[in-house]
Design a protein around this ligand. Sequence first.
Ligand code: G4P
Length: 539
Amino acid sequence: MNFDQEIQKRRTFAIISHPDAGKTTLTEKLLLFGGAIQTAGAVKSNKIKKSATSDFMDIERQRGISVATSVMTFEYKNLYINILDTPGHKDFVEDTYRTLTAVDSVILVVDSVKGVEEQTEKLMNVCRMRNTPVIIFINKLDREGMRRFELMDDLERKLEIKVRPLTWPIGMGKEFKGVYNLHEKNIYLFKAGKTTIEDERLLINDVHDAVLDDKIGSDADRLREEVELVEGVYDPFDINDYLSGSVAPVFFGSALNNFGVRELLETFVAIAPPPKDRETDQRLVKPEEERFSGFIFKIHANLDPRHRDRIAFLRVCSGRFERDKYFHHVRLNKDLRFNNPYNFMARSKNIIDEAFPGDVVGLYDRSNFKIGDTLTEGESFVFRGIPNFSPEIFKELVNTDPMKSKQLDKGIEQLTDEGVAQLFIHSDGRRKIVGTVGELQFDVIQYRLEHEYGASCRFQQMNYAKACWITSEKPAKLEEFMRAKSRHIYYDKDDNPVFFAESQWLLNSAIENFPEVEFHFTSEFKTDASNFNKGREAI
Ligand code: G4P
């Protein structure tokens, strides 16, 4: 197979949802339908138990399991499909944000009973930043859920995207009979508790076929009415609208009952995009370029605390990644080679000799990498679109063992390179703030600092509600602002100034009073301003 064909075969995507909507179940079912696993139950949930009391063992278990299931690769219909796993626990949502930077498309799972939930909205905002194509799967149709036209409105309003149903459900809950495929004009009949994946397709000419009345009785007329309404309300599906991220096709089903998953998979392989061009700070990089480039989107610490090596996950963006070949680490201006790179085919680790755009490669790393680092075949550019997001919880890091200051500094630096949390240092050089999106990270940090670095610390609550990166086209104005707010100005790891506000109200007033200062809610402020403004409210 030639190089271009290799690229065109790749489909790299993530399944995302609010916790409990059915992401893990759907992932497993896609692997089952795709032939990558033979029995349901083979993929163990990678999430920490949802009880409020997740303990350290849970955290450790999570780390262990999620390395194994970080990327699940399988071949289906001559395509090479990479599913990038995302953590199920809400405190780890920042990991999910970052994984979204490494995919070419997304399947979003929504619970039909609950509709669009908070985390779904946040994740969708991240997809929107890069116009990632999204397919929506409405799950749990075997339960009594929201009325479906209401659900469609809920999706459009809260996710700010146009939707286009490609299947339509017949009844729901106990009365759930199946789904009508609006494109192929046939029906799959539902059988609860089905564990096999055989088709139960009812071949009909269209929704007016009399066979329907025999099979689903009085629901047939209702379906006819609803289908007419759907076809009238929604524009015909245009793949280009999906690829540009402006329309999301919608599927209905029940992942637990293997229902509606096949239509989803078949449509996914028919429409999901192969690797796309990617923006860097210098130019657009095309996957088919001869020279290799890629970036690190995730770093995983070794489970064994005696070994400091970590696994860095590299997304290949262009050219051919090769084992033992020197590549250029742009930030460190240093050439590195890797003798044991591996992939995740059939969910086991295999050492590989080469990888292509769209692939994810695991690299053993001894503290060379930070999230967002770019590797190239010589050129000095940096991939854009891998920002840090504004954290939601802020605590001051207090050293409780002054004899171990060095260990603490090193530990916190390495943990924040891994993306466990973000570190902000006050201009006085002493006060340090750790910012996260979830409380659980503070436990993880404290535990790992102690066990891996021998340092001890505690966290002191801080009354900050928002943090934003600040810039201005007029350096004097920025300086004036920073002087006025000096107590609340910290620096991130790249020495960018960050303003901490005690409330949204105080932030708004700062924005009003200093119109020439720009406030950013992700660390990547050179991107298109309209995307920021969306991020502003939401992330
Ligand atoms: P998540 O990864 O998005 O957090 O969700 P997960 O797949 O773990 O599913 C959450 C719960 O919803 C699970 O039940 C799962 O069995 C159930 N579920 C998934 N799909 C469907 C569906 O189509 N219909 C119904 N009725 N339930 C569904 P659980 O009791 O939390 O866990 P478990 O003990 O079943 O693993």
